[in-house]
Design a protein around this ligand. Sequence first.
Ligand code: NAD
Length: 821
Amino acid sequence: MTIAEIFQTMTYGPAPEAADVAQAWLERHDRKLALFIDNQWVPPHSGNYITSRSPATGAVLAQFADGDAQDLNRAAGAARRAFESWSKLSGHERARHLYAIARGIQKHSRVLAVLEALDNGKSIRETRDLDVPLVARHFYHNAGWAQVMERELAGTQPVGVIGQIIPWNFPLLMLAWKIAPAIAMGNTIVIKPAPYTSLTALLFAEIIAEAGLPAGVVNIVTGGDQTGALITAHPAFDKIAFTGSTNVGRIIRRATAGSGKRLTLELGGKSPFVVFEDADLDAAVEGLVDAIWFNQGQVCCAGSRLLVQESIAEPFLAKVRARMDKLRVGDSLDKNIDIGAIVDPVQRATIDGWVQRGIAEGAEVYQPACDLPSAGCWYPPTLMTNVNSASTVVQEEIFGPVVVAMTFRTPSEGIALANNTRYGLAASIWSENINLALDVAQKVKAGSVWVNCTNVFDAAAGFGGYRESGFGREGGREGLHDVLRPAWQARPRPFTPPLNGVHGGKDRKQPLPAPLNGKNGKTHEAALPAPLGESASASLRIDRTAKLFIGGAQKRPDGQYSRAIFDTDGHAIGQIAEGNRKDIRDAVEAAVKAAPSWGKKNGHTRAQILYYIAENLSARADEFTLRIASLTGDLGGARAEVVATVDRLFTYAAYADKYGGTVQETTLRGLTLALHEPIGVIGIGCPDDHPLLAFVSLVAPAIARGNAVVVVPSESAALVATDFYQVLETSDVPDGVINIVTGGRDALMKTLADHDNVDAVWYFGSAAGSEMVEKGSAGNMKRTWVNYGNPRQWFDAEQGAGADFLHEATQVKNVWVPTGE
Ligand code: NAD
């Protein structure tokens, strides 16, 4: 083509980036990469290697080790040894190491960007301008957190040794999100990259060794999915941090249940991209390009559901099609392409499978007639219309350059459509009306909401999901919580050294939840009256059977059974209702109904109600003291418990309007607002001890932060909770905000853990009950908070009302609002 012709057509020619340095690095390793353990290259125990190909050409790039159980033992051992010294370094010393890593990444940024593009198929423009700079930024930002840890995060300690598993779509960035905060806070790690994209992690290994990171702090065990499963089962880890698909997340939730390992899951999404009629349409079209064609749409938070207001749908979609015609698909090392290669033929087949299914269900497909390279793995940008909210392609994550479009008429219809998904990772909202945009931002259920922008990330703001997009945050101050635990808290389950290398976790098995035994080991044969001689003494006799408390009213239990409660001498002192599954379902329904309006009440109103509960409890302090004493036989302790409970109610009345969120100091020009939103409906299982204080210590933070609760008191303590109905009835608590179902705690908690309309479960009971709750929660990936049978000192300010309560009662949504020209 002559220069004159170029001026005529104004088309781009290829602008290839040189790959020689990256290829030289692979050659230096003879294209055969070992495991990185204790700052050494360690050949895999099995001698097996996996082949890595360039998605853009299909050429073999290198082979990397397939780690097995022996390799993992070795890596976990190295990490555990390193933890002893690394966790004891001062924050400043760790900060210097993270700073050195950040500098190292910058020094080697070009080779990292090139190798990432080669290995993943994504465009060099993206790896050079986004992935690698953000990787460095995460280490800088977390160097800062290490520096100020002692001051800003007093009362915390590192979780320990963390097993991390990451996906292939942002190999380096996901690695940085996981490693930087974890090691900044004093943890050590074993990380497994995804099998399609393990090479840059190994280049990163050399960079951290060069930067002088002590041996064993970061260990990289490459391998297939089986290596990931070995990590989740290995007892050496105190925490598993996983990013990947919701299906695998569910497997991991079940596999780690009851182990005492902390777990964070960053999972899939089907994020809405909502365009209102008053949006800047051209800007929104460019936004859509970034939302769904960035990284070939292989982005967990891709704006893959385009929701357009009906009045502008036609012109907007016409603009989208015109823009799609101009998108260039091509070699990842070409600086002039918009869309690179799909990571692997298997992924390409998956994408096409979804598109064909959409077509079979009646969708119309638009794909521009773009030139696709002959070799390599490609998929054209794709727009699907004529779909509805039940279409498979609207509900399922396609994880490719495919957007589905639907229309809506009113903002409330748009919000309903946006939320009509089991996921909740991100949302992008386009409107020039700030009032509308910020209103929608608050109503959309997602961890990141971008207003008039999309796919903006920064180390100073957390990223993570609502609903089945997972739990936990990476980035920002909020992400640090997930790599720390309270200073007072030991590892919840003892560390068991591996037997013969591999662990299925069998040694952790606990007996099933105990049968429904009352105090002193009495079996409550619920339907039967108390045996002769065990009836209540005349002075303590209470001639009523407490009912359940559901939707603001006392309700008879569905099964019409009751059970006796005994005092310390074995005398029956009252009867409680025996709730069943149906009662739990009714209570959840009441809570689901109450949660939205309670969550929207301002903090002042919620505080007033908590103070009112405290006031009414205080007025009946003697009655509660006697009741607790009748159960515990300790009058002094009972009196102290009531006083402490009133104090606790004051604490959470105070926090009803003091934990709303912060402004994050991200690199965005504009505002990034971290909103601490309620989770929704929380199921709470109370411990056996401190029937009033523990009950209130759990319920008060949940409702203070706008959640509705279904509470199951422990059997032995249930009479105290049922006495509390009258306090609630006189304290203006809106119907359905607090629901109480008495009966066999663990059986009722199982129903709550399994229930799809419950958003989180807190359980303070036995180790076996904790395992049951964690397993059951996998259905809708609800958040759990359990104690594995470890008692808490409820009187203690940290253990009974520390930072973890407010953290567990909220989820962070980051709203990004660019401002200015
Ligand atoms: P994947 O779930 O198949 O694999 C992710 C990682 O888990 C890989 O390293 C894999 O080897 C490993 N793995 C697979 N099976 C395992 C098992 N049974 N036990 C333990 N580890 C196992 O996901 P993927 O295809 O690599 O990545 C795409 C998915 O990741 C998408 O669903 C995407 O939305 C999600 N993702 C989420 C985020 C986020 O931050 N929420 C970010 C990026 C990607």
